[in-house]
Design a binder for this molecule. Structure first.
Ligand code: SF4
Length: 542
């Protein structure tokens, strides 16, 4: 039984696992029984979360696409690629954009850049767009150090965004050295339930809080710091400072922005400064596994990342090549381009609208490199044989009309990061007045949800999770709504019909929105604010 060691495609924990595939000699037809099992990698004690286990179902999913299509026809891959290339070349270069899923390899990114240069466009950008606010940061962490830390100061709902990090932090706790997890967020969330203290500050003020902790660790008296502005007690603040100061560098500052912060770039900068003064490890955890590596190659090639989202939002793009992402689910409401090329694995929303579609491999089915969260380069060396579709790199070769070039110095390009300057995408500032809505993660879902919404387990266990707005009890009473009622959430940019779920632990005036639902993502002005930061909303009963 061929068994390979491969990697989960869903988040920057980059957990490895074994996948067993039935040999084609035993089972010529690719079907539900072709991929037999996902086994934990015994060298990775944190195991896999539910999403990692989806890889088996995804490999043999009933909606898996196996045939290329061009219009109503189903020509071979090479012919479809050729037709797509000619259609893109016929457009003005400044109306063509290439979008890359955050699970593409470094080599595939380099080939996409080469194709963009050939087409004459600078509009190349990754999805999810929200990762770009923190992608420029260089990590300085090891997973082992997290498990052995005395203090982990975590910012954002990291247990939900990157679930197996929970095991590392619980390991640290179990060592029995008075481990502390301090959490910082703008809204109460799952991770904070396990922390002490849980520091929840107003949207937009997290950099102020982190700078205050940095100043206190550096010796500034607490009574000279703006605690009243932050709305936290001197006790909680003092505890957090002591947890950082007293451990002689045995700690980490870890930031998973999700969708909770007005300016994730500023938060990451303040977090990095705190880590430096404390002698702590530091990491940002974006949503997608290789967003940071992809960003480094695109930034080095001078691609216009923010300009890409804006041009799409402004309806100025007539030709899109979406590589393993589905912009109709990630950037809902965008104009469907005249030429809409896609590669992908499942027949998601974009598949049905694409002018050209070429089926492709998942990350766990191919070879190549990704940038590790520990700033290592992870080599995907053992692909499963898979269902006879091509990896994006091979499809880009077809589009390029020969082997598309890959930078000879790709590892150093991905490893070295220039001094972090300004954010590649702008933050929103804090919403003014009214109800503040925060995009929220879900342990059973990932990114725009285009994979996880089509997987059995979350549909059986928690189907309503991504159709519900979570409200505090007092707000539900003032709106006259009860659990299960339908409501309309309106952001001034879009409207979504959702159902009410009461979250008694939420602070009044704040609601949580499931970001794995395109109807919710349509509430966010992603062209201007690709980081999908908190928004002001109105809610009414339907
Ligand atoms: S924690 Fe992340 S990398 Fe690990 S199994 Fe879950 S989604 Fe995959």
């Amino acid at each position: 039984m061929p068994t390979v060691k491969t990697y989960c495609m869903f988040c920057p924990m980059q957990d490895s696992f074994f996948l067993a595939e039935r040999p084609r000699s035993e089972c010529a037809v690719w079907g539900r029984k072709s991929v037999l099992s996902v086994e934990f990698d015994p060298d990775v004690t944190r195991g896999l979360c539910a999403r990692g286990n989806y890889c088996q179902e995804l490999a043999v999913h009933k909606d898996r696409a196996f045939r290329a299509k061009a219009g109503e026809e189903f020509p071979p891959d090479a012919q479809t690629a050729n037709s797509l290339l000619h259609s893109l070349e016929a457009l003005s270069p400044d109306s063509v954009a290439i979008l890359l899923d955050g699970s593409l390899t470094l080599e595939e990114t380099a080939k996409a850049i080469a194709l963009a240069e050939r087409l004459g466009t600078k509009f190349v950008a990754p999805l999810p767009s929200e990762d770009m606010a923190v992608a420029p940061f260089k990590n300085n962490i090891s997973f082992e150090k997290i498990a052995n830390a005395t203090t982990n100061l975590v910012i954002g709902d990291i247990f939900t965004m990157s679930p197996t990090i929970t095991k590392l932090i619980h390991d640290a706790s179990n060592i029995g050295r008075n481990n502390t997890m301090v959490s910082v967020d703008t809204v109460r969330a799952r991770t904070g339930w396990f922390a002490h203290p849980e520091l929840v500050v107003p949207v937009g003020r997290v950099p102020l809080l982190l700078d205050a902790i940095t100043a206190a660790v550096g010796g500034k008296p607490i009574d000279e710091l703006p605690l009243a502005e932050l709305g936290i007690s001197a006790d909680d603040f003092g505890w957090a400072v002591s947890a950082v100061k007293s451990v002689e560098g045995n700690g980490n500052v870890i930031f998973a922005p999700g969708w909770h912060f007005a300016d994730p770039f500023a938060v990451a900068g303040a977090a990095q400064r705190l880590a430096e003064i404390a002698g702590f490890g530091f990491a940002v955890l974006p949503i997608a596994t290789n967003s940071r590596g992809i960003y480094r190659l695109l930034a080095g090639a001078d691609c216009d990342i923010a300009g890409t989202y804006k041009a799409i939002a402004d309806g100025k793009i007539d030709g899109v090549l979406a590589l393993d992402c589905d912009p109709l689910e990630a950037l809902p409401g965008m104009k469907i381009p005249d030429v809409f090329g896609m590669t992908g694995q499942l027949m998601t929303t974009g598949y049905h609208k694409a002018t050209h579609f070429i089926p492709s491999k998942f990350l766990f089915e191919k070879t190549g490199k990704i940038l590790g969260t520990e700033e290592n380069i992870i080599e995907l060396a053992e692909p499963v044989e898979g269902p006879g579709v091509r990896a994006v790199g091979e499809i880009l070769d077809y589009l390029f009309g020969g082997e598309a070039p890959v930078f000879g110095d790709i590892v150093s390009r991905a490893s070295e990061v220039a001094e972090v300057g300004a954010s590649p995408v702008s933050g929103s500032g804090a919403p003014e007045g009214g109800i503040i809505a925060f995009g929220n993660g879900n342990v059973l879902h990932h990114g725009d949800g285009r994979y996880s919404r089509r997987i059995d387990f979350p549909n059986l266990r928690a189907k309503l999770d991504i159709e519900a707005v979570e409200l505090p009890k007092a707000m539900a009473e003032s709106l006259g709504v009860a659990e299960g009622d339908a409501v309309e959430v309106e952001s001034g940019f879009g409207k979504a019909r959702l159902i009410v779920k009461i979250a008694a632990w939420l602070d009044d005036g704040r609601v949580l929105l499931p970001m794995h639902n395109p109807a919710v993502r349509a509430l966010f002005d992603w062209g201007k604010r690709p980081a999908l930061t908190p928004i002001g909303v109105k809610i009414k009963k339907l």
